[in-house]
Design a protein around this ligand. Structure first.
Ligand SMILES: Cc1cc2nc3c(=O)[nH]c(=O)nc-3n(C[C@H](O)[C@H](O)[C@H](O)COP(=O)(O)OP(=O)(O)OC[C@H]3O[C@@H](n4cnc5c(N)ncnc54)[C@H](O)[C@@H]3O)c2cc1C
Length: 396
């Protein structure tokens, strides 16, 4: 009998997992993807949408257009629970039985943990969804009309730092181009113990590199901070300091999403072994941001390890291969330590960052600033969207 494989989340992890499972198992499995959104959004381009060089249509694919031609079922539903003993996913659109389940539901943006935080009822913006990035775009346009101080960065318990470094460089570049940089003080505020830590204990010379690059651009750095509350024009830090702002974009604390969190740790992130299997339910796999990962090191203010798009894709491919192996009564593939390859936009230029493995000590770290990295970042966006639309998960 065909195995039922259900995958939750229609983004880097979930889409890669269904496409790869289909490639490996063809008609040996019934595959269903459940996601609460109808579209796949290439999240790494949201800072460009805020700055105006991308529209939503440039970075969005319809999930139906990806899955329909490959005979993979799609249900646009919100997962509200999982019953691992009854092998069932509960959604607002009915129940879905499974033999194997892959969870890739990403983060819940936990703005409620800090009074005044977030775009819904709070005073700060963020980049993490298309809708929030569109709100941020409007706020950026207002700032260009009425300039004032900008604060960018991350709160305690955030575990994605890259986009706020990118925004600091991109805003600096755009303000200089408009000859109005002197009217907009920029502060990079972070829970990281130092700039360039990025939740991975730094990589190579990342601390010196980012301190120098920010110094050259007059971007003020405030590190090692936890935020107590945010008022309409002030960020109040636990140490007593307050930062005035006209525009603030902050990464909120991350948690696991409600519908799957019961399978997870106290913050709702789901534990997994080296083959991405749940320790108590080996037919449940978790990949991407939804997965629990121990921090690189203990930091005075808690920071999480980022699970980047490239890491998420690798996890999803490994989980798919392990499901296929299990169905064929074969052992899981040998586990490989995760590495990270990232292209960080710096406005006029960009930087290539490699950390292999992701957490220190490392076999290889690389940080190179170069114009070709900017071109590579622009080309990668187009390549990835083309690859995803055509289901070519076997390409790098
Ligand atoms: C602004 C920004 C810039 C980034 N830049 C880079 C970069 O340059 N390089 C890089 O490698 N990575 C980058 N990343 C990280 C990368 O986007 C993430 O690693 C990746 O999106 C993680 O994929 P995921 O599948 O784990 O989760 P997500 O992308 O968060 O997707 C979660 C999916 O689950 C769905 N979902 C959530 N809850 C439910 C529910 N209850 N029921 C049903 N469906 C649900 C969502 O709709 C979504 O489809 C960036 C991220 C952001 C936000």
């Amino acid at each position: 009998m065909k195995k039922k494989i259900v995958v939750l989340g229609g983004s880097f992890g979930g889409l890669t997992a269904v496409l790869e499972i289909k490639r490996l198992l063809r008609d040996q499995a019934d595959i269903t993807l459940i996601s609460k959104e109808r579209d796949f959004v290439f999240l790494p381009s949201l800072p460009w949408l805020i700055m105006g060089s991308r529209q939503a249509r440039d970075i969005t694919l319809k999930i139906e257009d990806i899955l329909g031609p490959r005979a993979i079922s799609f249900s646009c539903s919100t997962v509200t629970g999982i019953e691992p003993d009854r092998l069932k996913v509960i959604t607002d659109n009915g129940d879905y039985p499974y033999d194997y389940l892959v969870i890739s539901t990403g983060p819940h943006l936990s703005c409620d943990e800090i009074p005044g935080l977030g775009p819904e009822g709070g005073h700060t913006l963020c980049t993490f969804t298309l809708e929030y990035a569109q709100k941020s775009r409007q706020a950026w346009l207002r700032l260009l009309e009425e300039p004032g101080p900008v604060v960018l960065g991350s709160t305690q318990m955030a575990s994605c730092f890259g986009p706020y470094y990118e925004l600091a460089f991109e805003m600096d570049h755009e303000l200089r181009r408009r000859k109005m940089r002197h009217k907009v003080p920029i502060t990079y505020l972070t829970s990281e113990p130092y700039v360039g830590h990025m939740g991975i204990g730094g990589l190579g010379k990342s601390r010196r590199f980012l301190e120098d690059e920010f110094a050259e651009r007059d971007i003020k750095i405030v590190t090692n901070q936890s935020i107590d509350e945010i008022t309409p024009d002030e960020i109040r830090l636990a140490g007593g300091q307050a930062l005035h702002f006209k525009l603030a974009m902050l990464a909120p604390p991350f948690k696991g999403v409600a519908g799957v969190a019961e399978l997870g740790n106290p913050r709702g992130f789901i534990p997994a072994d080296e083959h991405y299997r749940h320790p108590q339910h080996p037919n449940i796999y978790t990949v991407g941001v939804a997965m629990a990962m121990a921090p690189a090191e203990s930091t005075p203010i808690p920071t999480g390890v980022p699970k980047t798009g490239s890491m998420t894709v690798k996890m999803a491919k490994a989980a798919a291969a392990n499901i296929a192996a299990d169905i064929r009564n074969q052992p899981p593939l040998p586990a490989k330590p995760l590495d990270v390859i990232c292209l960080m936009d710096m406005g006029k230029t960009a930087a290539l960052m490699i950390a292999d493995p992701i957490l220190p000590p490392r076999q290889r770290s690389c940080l190179k600033k170069a114009l070709w990295a900017k071109w590579a970042k622009i080309q990668f966006e187009k390549y990835f969207l083309w690859k995803m639309l055509h289901g070519y998960t076997n390409l790098p």
